[in-house]
Design a protein around this ligand. Sequence first.
Ligand SMILES: Nc1ncnc2c1ncn2[C@@H]1O[C@H](COP(=O)(O)OP(=O)(O)OP(=O)(O)O)[C@@H](O)[C@H]1O
Ligand SMILES: [Mg+2]
Length: 460
Amino acid sequence: MANLLTSRALPDYFAKPRAVWRGLTRRLAAIMPKGLYTRSLLIVILPMVILQIVITYVFMERHWQLVTHQLSTALVQDIAAIIDIHNSYLQDKNNDTLARIAQERMNINIEFMPKGPLPPPLPKPFFSIVDAALSNEIRRQIARPFWLDTVGRSNLIEIRILLDNSILRVVAYRSAAYASNSYIFLLWMVGTSCVLIVVALAFLRNQIRPILRLVTVAEAFGMGRDAEFKPRGAREVRRAGYAFIEMKRRIERAIDQRTAMLTGVSHDLRTILTRFKLSLALLGEVPDAREMRQDVEEMQRMLEAYLAFARGDSGETTARLDMRQLLEALRNEAERHGANVKIGYTGDPFVMVRPAAFKRCLANLVGNAFAHAENVKIDAQRDQRFLTIHIDDDGPGIPPERREDVFRPFFRLDAARNQDEGGTGLGLAIALDIARSHGGDITLADSPLGGLRATVRVPV
Ligand SMILES: Nc1ncnc2c1ncn2[C@@H]1O[C@H](COP(=O)(O)OP(=O)(O)OP(=O)(O)O)[C@@H](O)[C@H]1O
Ligand SMILES: [Mg+2]
């Protein structure tokens, strides 16, 4: 027993409850609503409902029971009095006077029936204080066999009591034994809270809408679309909105700066390269000059590619692009290079993208495919949310451990093999950049054709 309290035993001792607790919280998190709107609704409504249930239970139950109890006591007192009079004053032969007094003074209807067995007891109603209160009182004050019906008729109750040589049948108003207007209280409470909940719903919706708007605008910006946005709502939400606008402006300024710089650089370098080529041309057909000319060509090509990469797709706006047309154009282009291309498309052909950039992205991937393979298959499908394009080839493919590297700028797998066969190693980097700027991604995998499968997925 003693070693149970040592520090070693403690973790084991608590491990199980902790695991149970963790499991519980995880399950709770799984069933809890995920949206801000539903969550805040729960936060507002749940306490209200719980509070009402507690109030109803504690207050109403007490109050109700007390009032019903007292009313029942009074009714049974009346009945006991009638029985006493009936037993003590036998001169009222037909009990007419008694019936009249009961009717006029006590507002209950009595009748003496010939002696016989009482009807079998009725099943107890599920939720009836009045039944219990009356039974108790009759047992306490009258102490004779009785039969009770509190549910048969909606606003009347019937009691039969076995007397020495007759049966007393009493019909009284239910309200004489029962605090029925407590229902009104309940109704008011539920009604008011329903109205309040509706009001809360409306206000909450207004509070959530600016947040949703901010989300949409931020998402659109991520996908390269520009949307009009004016911060609204609570102070914190508005501040988040202004912060977002400020951030967006900074990003746009940075992009503009980069574009301006690149234009300058490309202009300057191109001028120098042109001068260089001119001098080489003037040099005439010297063996050294030919190599230099080739180097200059190479340099120019690399410069162009690099600038294209660095420039990205800045400045272009989104527009509707007919995907089927684009795929057709890609196929024609590839077939001119001697590749065999199959294309397939399902879904709505029109997508919102930056057309030139998106074309370049696909052209780079398809270009890679027919540079390494003979048969190429382009399969595109578009559903509610995504445009997915698979580009399959039957070439050598890319081993899985290199699939991340090939996206790096200037990285070429076959650099050693065919150095002079064009290619700067920027194609995939550019394509990925474009896909990401559309809020999408490019993944590489094994193709069913045996080579590489490149998959472009962008939200539409
Ligand atoms: N479909 C493919 N099959 C096999 N290897 C591929 C395929 N696509 C790309 N690669 C490999 O990935 C490397 C990087 O491709 P990337 O398009 O970035 O550059 P590149 O094609 O060499 O040059 P660029 O596209 O700039 O002219 C390539 O050098 C090639 O080795
Ligand atoms: Mg390429």
